[in-house]
Ligand binder design. Structure first.
Ligand SMILES: Nc1nc2c(ncn2[C@@H]2O[C@H](COP(=O)(O)OP(=O)(O)OP(=O)(O)O)[C@@H](O)[C@H]2O)c(=O)[nH]1
Length: 237
């Protein structure tokens, strides 16, 4: 067990190409809903959910980043202080699969090696798949990532993804606090534990998290309606 009045909060960034289902995944997990409309994310958005992992209360702060390259400069700043990452590609979008190594690199450049999972979303559309199973598995192996096939629409494997990351993060945290116990007592701690008595909303006090690396901006998502064909550029070579 970690200290009693300490809360574990994990900043998770969800990244991947546009329209792969990042916003949908976060909405499904935090609000239990799914919508068919596509509204591209401008910049970043943020939702949170509290869960229990092995008797530990964990607050997952899920940062939804824009998949479109035009927002790269903004979204990169939000990777800072991330403690876990979900890399998402879509079953029906080969480009999104090919872009995964680049997304991983972008996140690693900002935050180093953090617990990360690879998610193939939209497996309900497997009949229209542009990616062979073996290819996806090979990529996960190459990048040394746990791999999930998920359908946000059907609510398949979404909970499992976040549970895995929380678990993995807690393991690291416990190891870290065992090795360096003073970390949880300093205001400049590098880990996602902070005193709930001080006010723990990420928009207040956010520089007590992650050694002050988290930028103190209120996330705001403006969405624009844009229709998009899910099946464009889709073929297995
Ligand atoms: N069939 C199916 N459609 C999905 C699934 N997940 C998301 N979608 C749809 O895919 C489209 C894009 O989803 P979003 O969640 O907006 O995608 P995004 O990755 O956040 O896109 P950006 O904001 O541009 O980065 C929407 O029309 C969703 O309804 C899924 O599991 N199955």
């Amino acid at each position: 067990m970690l200290e009693e009045d300490m809360e574990v909060a994990i900043k998770v960034v969800v990244v991947g190409n546009g329209a792969v289902g990042k916003s949908s995944m976060i909405q499904r997990y935090c609000k239990g809903i799914f919508t068919k409309d596509y509204k591209k994310t401008i910049g970043v958005d943020f939702l949170e959910r509290q869960i229990q992992v092995n008797d530990e209360e964990v607050r997952l702060m899920l940062w939804d980043t824009a998949g479109q390259e035009e927002f790269d400069a903004i979204t990169k700043a939000y990777y800072r202080g991330a403690q876990a990452c979900v890399l998402v590609f879509s079953t029906t979008d080969r480009e999104s699969f090919k872009a995964i190594p680049t997304w991983k690199e972008k996140v690693m450049t900002e935050v180093g090696d953090i617990p990360t999972v690879l998610v193939q979303n939209k497996i309900d559309l497997l009949d229209d798949s542009c990616i062979k199973n073996e290819e996806a598995e090979a990529l996960a192996k190459k990048l040394k990532l746990r791999f999930y096939r998920a359908s946000v629409k059907e609510d398949l494997n979404v909970t499992e993804v976040f549970k895995y990351l929380a678990d993995k993060y807690l393991q690291r945290l416990k190891q870290q606090t065992a090795e360096e116990p003073e970390l949880v007592h300093t205001s400049s701690n590098k880990i996602g534990v902070f005193n709930t008595a001080i006010g723990s909303h990420p928009n207040q006090n956010s520089n007590t998290l992650n050694g002050g690396d988290v930028i103190n901006l209120r996330p705001n998502k403006q969405r624009t309606k844009k229709s998009r064909s899910l099946f464009s550029n889709c073929s297995i070579p």
